[in-house]
Design a binder for this molecule. Sequence first.
Ligand code: RIB
Ligand code: CA
Length: 313
Amino acid sequence: MKKHRIIIDTDPGQDDAVAILLALASPEEIDVLGITCVAGNVPLELTSRNARMICELAGRPDMPVYSGCDRPLGRELVTAEHVHGKTGLDGPTLPEPQMPLQEPHAVDFIIGTLRAEPEGSITLCALGPLTNIAKALTRAPDIAGRIREIVLMGGAYFEVGNITPAAEFNIYVDPQAADIVFKSGIPIVVMPLDVTHRALVTAPRNDAFRAMGTAVGTAVAQMTEFFERFDKEKYGSAGAPLHDPCVTAWLIRPEIFSGRQINVEIETTSELTLGMTVADWWGVTDRPRNALFIGDLDADAFFGLLTERLARL
Ligand code: RIB
Ligand code: CA
C-alpha cells in the first residue's frame, strides 16, 4: 500500500499528542514531512512548545516543527485551558524542548511543500482550528488541486457541540477558516465528535498504556488521566475521548471507521450557532457532497492499534 506523506497541523493538546505519537510510530504507513502549529487549545507559543516536546518524547528531535497563525482569521482566539490545563499538555512532567522551531512560517512551509512535492502526493492532517490551512489556500489557491486529501478532526452532528450547544471547538475557534476548507473542493474526511466520543480511554485501556512501562506509555496514561476530567464531568463519559488520534488511525486502518459522503457546511454568521457543522446526514438537500463524515468506529480495534503502535516508541 502506498505510504501516506503527511503534514500534521496541530494545537497540542493531549489528544493531539497521542495522534502525533501514533503517526511517528507508524513509518510503514505514514511519512511525516513536518508538523505545523496553530493557536487553539492554548496560545501558539505553547502549542509550538508542546509539539516539540512530543517529538522529543518520541525520540524524534529531527522532526521539523513550524510555528503558524497565532489567532483565527476573523475573530479573537478562544482557548481551552479548562480542558487541557494551563500548558495544554498537563498530566506528565516532560522536559522543556531542546529542538528549535524551523523557519519559515507554517503557512509558507505548507505552500512550499505542496508546490515542491508531486501533485496529489500530500495529505494534510488537521488536528486543530483550520487557520493555517485556510490561510495557505487563500494565499496560494494553486495548492488546492495539489492536495491528495485533508483528514481533519472537527465538527459534530448527532453529538452537537462541546464548546457551545451547537459547535465543536476546532470549528468554533475559526469558523471562517473552516468555511474556506469545506468549500475548497479538496477531498475531505471529517472525524466529528460523533465518532471521537466513541473512542474513550476507559480504565482498562489506560492501564494498557501504563503497562507498557515506557516513557511514552506512562506519559500517555498521565495525559489521558488529566484530559478525561472535562468529559467525565460534562458527559459522564467512561474516559477521555481520543479525538485527534482518529485522524492518524484513519490513515493506517480506514476499515475500522464508517461514515457517509454528505454535504457539510459551516455556520459563520449567527452568534447563536457560530461554528456549527450543518451536516446533511439524511440527504435532505441537493447540496454538494463535499465531505466523508465519519460516524462510528470499532473502538476495540482502534485501541488495539494504538496500544500496539505506541509500545514501539
Ligand atoms: O473538540 C476537540 C478538538 O479540539 C480536539 O482536536 C482537541 O485537541 C481540541 O483541539
Ligand atoms: Ca487538537
